[in-house]
Design a protein around this ligand. Sequence first.
Ligand SMILES: *Cc1c(COP(=O)(O)O)cnc(C)c1O
Length: 341
Amino acid sequence: MPAPLRLRLDGDALVQNWRTLDRLSGTAACGAAVKANGYGLGAIEVARRLADAGCRDFFVSNWQEAAELAPLGLTVSVLHGVREEDMPAATAGFARPVLNTSIQVARWKAAGGGPCDVMVDTGMNRLGVSADDIADGLLDGFAIETLMSHLACADEDVPMNAVQRDRFAALAGTTSARRLSLANSAGIALNGYAFDLTRPGLALYGGIPRADLAAVIRPTVTLEAQILQRRQVSAGQTVGYNATWTAPADTEVAIVNLGYADGYFRGFSNCGTASKGGIAMPVIGRVSMDLVAIDVTKMPAASEGAWVTLDFALPEAAALSGMSQYELLTSLGRRYSRMWN
Ligand SMILES: *Cc1c(COP(=O)(O)O)cnc(C)c1O
């Protein structure tokens, strides 16, 4: 069925962004985080394109996400490791776990210890075994592919980045790991954090976690939605829930077929913009669950059934809406038809 809202997804920009991050990773290999349905774009479509471009290491959060990618036959690491109830999937061989706790390590060893990665905590205190666990022999004689850690503040210039990097570097040679991996998108833009393998997510999809990436990362996502009704609102009348916008003069208004249930959040109320043919049309009133009103006084062509583009440049859209670039991407819902170029 033809959807009244669509995402135009730029596969060339996605691949270009991966190549750029691969180049910035220097001699390290560049993988791809495709968790949360490829940050909202569609995990299968993203992974297929990046695999064709030469990407060899993919990261998801859980085994449901890994199972979805299984038909592609890629090397997939599951960042949350293995619970007991994951063991049937984990031993099936279509992906490998990133072990995060000594209990997960023991569980994997008891099951025969197939290919796996290990996460070590270097200061974020989120997931991972400790450096002390490793010094105490947790991983002795245990075959692992990649030892990884995760940066807490790579999008900022703070001393903690170097502290984490140095703690991680000190673990080189203390395990059987063939490779070391530390950097996410922002970490790639720091110097000397790439080790053997990088794990970008956000920047692949056009997000800009550090200003230094703005010049080289291309947007991949364009939001388009159809006008459901065009109406006239006379001076003094209001638009939308809670009447937060009052017409200063007679105004032409179009009601557009998307809302916060599609990830076009309420933070865009009275400050977002749509555009058509280079002309900006301000969002007026409150964003509803499924609808948004825009001022089309300057745009006679914005008639019932016409399509408009919602401005969604990620850094700017994040600042306007009060959401993070990550939230904006991963909240793009299921109601869009996703159209790849
Ligand atoms: C999500 C995630 C990434 C990717 O991070 P970005 O900031 O999106 O580049 C890398 N590593 C781990 C462990 C993650 O959870």
